[in-house]
Design a protein around this ligand. Structure first.
Ligand code: MG
Length: 335
């Protein structure tokens, strides 16, 4: 019964988690929050992660009630993500693996989300909607690969929300998406925004440009409120996501949908997905912010599956990569 320690730091969250045979023993996390109107830059984010990662490691071990001797493998995020944060975390993972004399595993971040979602919800073979600040994909498993059925052709849906929040100077604490969700509840007017679905793919950059330009003018003339814009943006981009997820489910004959990634804890998105699933007699699976927002346990869990299947990452191959597609990994741990 191996215990796997996982390091995650591909964007503005840094997390260290411990997973042992399907149980999350610890999963502490810190978020790098920047002032309203600003985003997080790679260098600053990496500096934040370096400042707290050893405290988090200690916290994770204490919470799990384990010592270094009880850990069987060190997993870390190999990519995709921002270069500087990824590299900072990989250095620590490599160092810890050598100090403790443990095998190392480089994990695909997207697969971490999927495996965590499967573990927590018990979904067996779902069509996955992966939505976050850096990724937007509809994924289904087939023949030892997580295959991408549809995706964004420009920015991620979470990036669209984050940048919209910057335009309106909405707070980044605890996250821009959370604050947009709360404001959207008070929105009354649906503003028509560009709705861009191209086959199985989606595009969000035009919506953002539209908001930056037209919507700001509407705000200044009093034609709509910031709350109306939050509401309209959510309704529009979530409808696009539901549409491509449903099409993938119809294609695969799937009776399960799973939402993963940071945007996945948005209750309005879950509600819209639930409606779609009910209409086709399917089940929706989703998790809360502990597990759908980037965290260390998801890397530990994917690492646990890989470790059991015999994967190991040699030190000479223990680098990082900003681009690492979900379908590049051979999923040897599933039938
Ligand atoms: Mg993520």
């Amino acid at each position: 019964m191996p215990a796997v320690l996982g390091f995650e730091g591909s964007a503005n969250k840094i997390g260290v988690g411990v997973v042992c045979d399907g149980k999350v023993l610890a999963n502490p996390r810190r978020t790098y929050v920047t002032p309203p109107g600003t985003g997080f830059l790679p260098g600053d984010t990496a500096r934040h992660h370096r400042a707290v990662i050893l405290d988090l490691l200690q916290e994770a071990l204490t919470e799990a009630g384990l010592t270094s001797q009880d850990i069987d493998c060190i997993a870390y995020t190999k990519g995709p993500g921002m270069g500087a944060p990824l590299a900072s975390v990989a250095v620590v993972a490599r160092t810890v693996a050598q100090l403790w004399n443990k095998p190392l595993l480089g994990v695909n971040h997207c697969i971490g989300h999927i495996e965590m979602g499967r573990l927590i919800t018990g979904a067996t073979s779902p069509t996955v909607l992966y939505v976050s600040g850096g990724n937007t994909q509809v994924i289904a498993y087939s023949e030892h690969r997580y295959r991408i059925f549809g995706e964004t052709i420009d920015i991620a849906v979470g990036n669209c929300l984050d940048r919209f929040a910057r335009v309106l100077r909405i707070s980044n604490d605890p996250s821009p998406g959370y604050n947009i969700e709360q404001m959207a509840k008070r929105g009354k007017k649906l503003i028509e925004l560009p709705y861009t679905v191209k086959g199985m793919d989606v595009s969000f950059s035009g919506i953002l440009s539209f908001i930056e330009d037209v919507a700001q003018r509407m705000l200044s003339t009093g034609e709509c409120t910031p709350e109306d814009l939050c509401f309209s943006l959510q309704e529009t981009v979530f409808a696009m996501l539901v549409e491509i997820t449903e099409r993938a489910m119809a294609h695969c004959g799937s009776q399960e949908a799973l939402i993963v990634g940071g945007v996945g804890c948005n209750m309005r998105l879950q509600e819209m997905m639930e409606t779609m699933c009910q209409e086709r007699g399917a089940r929706l699976f989703a998790t809360d912010e502990r597990f759908c927002i980037d965290n260390g346990a998801m890397i530990a869990q994917a690492g646990w599956e890989m470790f059991q299947a015999g994967h190991r990452t040699p030190l000479s191959d223990s680098g990082i990569t900003q681009r690492y597609r979900t379908d590049e990994v051979e999923v040897t741990w599933r039938d």
